[in-house]
Write a protein that binds this ligand. Structure first.
Ligand code: IPE
Ligand code: IPE
Ligand code: MG
Length: 224
């Protein structure tokens, strides 16, 4: 059985779900938050140590302002209402991405990270304004500025995922098979599952099934 230390998820399909059932993309984002809660619970149940959630890409700024604002409002309210509960559950929150938001959200994110920094049950990495290409270029820039030897060990020190093991498993919901600028370096040897269901209809049973399937895969890492 494969050990499972880190699951990364591209939570895709909120907009389509919202349009289909509520005639509003934003309603889909709201519904998607319920799935986030279910998946966090199941991740703890499965004793997985790291969960990385792709919540907003560096390219998602192209979307209409109304949708972008709605998403960040949703996140603000989630943090305001739920961070104490996450903290009580011994969950650590870390943001990966470029932290350039409203001063209110920046403060909230910093406070949430600080408050939960010492927690040990589960680390949730929220990929927010995250783009893998930016992350990689930034790491190369640091290496060259500090005149350090170019090798894997030095390079990964400058990634936003510093000190986080690479994902064992990547799940993308929403019936689309692409990476959309997510963890291009870190996913080099991850097992990838593309799920047809849209994020708001994905649930803990679907998640456990994927995990069960993952556990039985023969991972080679180049070996035989
Ligand atoms: C993913 O759902 C969530 C974010 C990108 C914030 P989408 O909003 O991309 O949903 P679809 O793919 O348009 O259905
Ligand atoms: C990827 O979904 C980003 C997140 C889930 C946050 P997108 O919906 O933005 O991806 P594309 O644009 O369809 O590739
Ligand atoms: Mg999408």
């Amino acid at each position: 059985m494969n050990p499972l230390n880190h699951v990364a998820i591209i939570m895709d399909g909120n907009g389509r779900w919202g349009l289909k059932y509520k005639n509003s993309r934003n309603a889909g984002h709201k519904a998607g938050l319920n799935t986030v809660e279910k998946i966090i619970k199941e991740t703890i149940k499965q004793k997985i140590k790291y969960l990385t959630l792709y919540a907003f890409s560096t390219e998602n700024w192209k979307r209409p302002k109304k949708e972008v604002n709605y998403l960040f409002n949703l996140l603000e309210n989630f943090l305001i209402n739920r961070i104490d509960e996450l903290h009580k559950k011994n969950i650590k929150l870390r943001i990966i991405g470029i932290k350039k938001f409203s001063s209110k959200l920046n403060t909230l994110l910093n406070l949430s990270e600080k408050k939960t920094a010492k927690n040990t049950k589960l680390q949730i990495n929220l990929a927010l304004n995250y783009g893998s290409k930016f992350e990689l270029i930034n790491a190369f820039k640091h290496l060259s500025k500090n005149k350090q030897k170019i090798n894997e060990k030095n390079f990964t020190k400058y990634l936003q995922t510093k000190n986080i093991p690479d994902p064992d498993l990547l799940i993308r919901t929403g019936n689309t098979k692409r990476l959309s600028n997510f963890l291009l370096w870190q996913l080099a040897y991850s097992e990838i599952f593309f799920e047809k269901k849209l994020w708001p209809e994905f649930n803990e049973n679907d998640y456990s099934k994927i995990i069960k399937n993952y556990r039985s895969i023969k991972r080679n890492f180049g070996n035989i």
